[in-house]
Design a protein around this ligand. Sequence first.
Ligand code: NAP
Length: 287
Amino acid sequence: MRTVISRLILSKSSVPRINTMAVSRNGRYISTDSTKLDEPVKVEEAETVNVPPPPTEKLLVLGGNGFVGSHVCKEALDRGLSVSSLSRSGRSSIADSWASKVTWHQGNLLLPDSWQEALSGVTSVISCVGGFGSNSYMYKINGTANINAIRGAAEKGVKRFVYISAADFGLVNYILQGYYEGKRAAETELLTKFPYGGVILRPGFIYGTRSVGSMKIPLGVIGSPLEMVLQHAKPLNKLPLVGPLFASPVSVNAVAKVAVRAATDPVFPPGIIDIEGIQRYSQQKSK
Ligand SMILES: NC(=O)c1ccc[n+]([C@@H]2O[C@H](COP(=O)([O-])OP(=O)(O)OC[C@H]3O[C@@H](n4cnc5c(N)ncnc54)[C@H](OP(=O)(O)O)[C@@H]3O)[C@@H](O)[C@H]2O)c1
């Protein structure tokens, strides 16, 4: 059987000679010279076979079935990337069609043997793993789990790693000590292991729609208007202790857009992106 690389739709006419090239199974080029055909042929139109190149960027989203992670997966698929996710529960319950295009891995970042395989062939990682609970649990999920992932990714030669951290909230940092200590420990590890390809996003409150099965839960009811108000109320940010609580919320779509760009754009600057940075980068036109 032959594989034709240039497909032409032909009809009878007076064009004297057309050469098309075909490739045989053994890779040799075969010339099909139209003068050898019984009747002259004319090219009526060339059928364009639009085959996108296979994605070379392979993105692993840690926590791809969570609120932020699911938006990151969707954004990455929209940008033509090959996307996989890893979390303790594995496959997402999200019923949207994009979810079937993600490769879902099940694994626990606190148990290294359960997830190393998911890193195979991966070029970039976005970690959306985090959570609340007791101080020691929060340190483990936000800190240790992500530190394990950062080390594993560095060992496997992953090029870029993006970590969804959290903004500083002054007084709240003290109440949620394990959460913030965990976040900052993971950040330090990322900047050490990925000095050129490590990006930390520090959003405040993230609003958007959380999908659970076929249900959509809007978390944007307060977030969106608050974002507008607080963007114009910068002086509140300067108040000690309560100031950071007035940090502007950002939309989950903005976080996802910036995270995917940071994970795939080789010239995206490494380091910490604060709330304003997330808003600014998300407003830039995608390339
Ligand atoms: N939502 C916000 O307003 C907000 C604001 C600032 C910062 N952030 C940060 O943004 C990140 C994402 O937040 P989110 O709201 O999307 O949280 P989320 O919905 O709870 O998602 C957390 C994800 O982490 C996975 N996960 C937890 N422990 C894991 C482990 N040991 N191994 C593998 N996967 C694990 C969870 O899946 P399984 O349960 O299936 O494992 C889930 O997919 C977090 O780091 C959070 O701190 C969120």
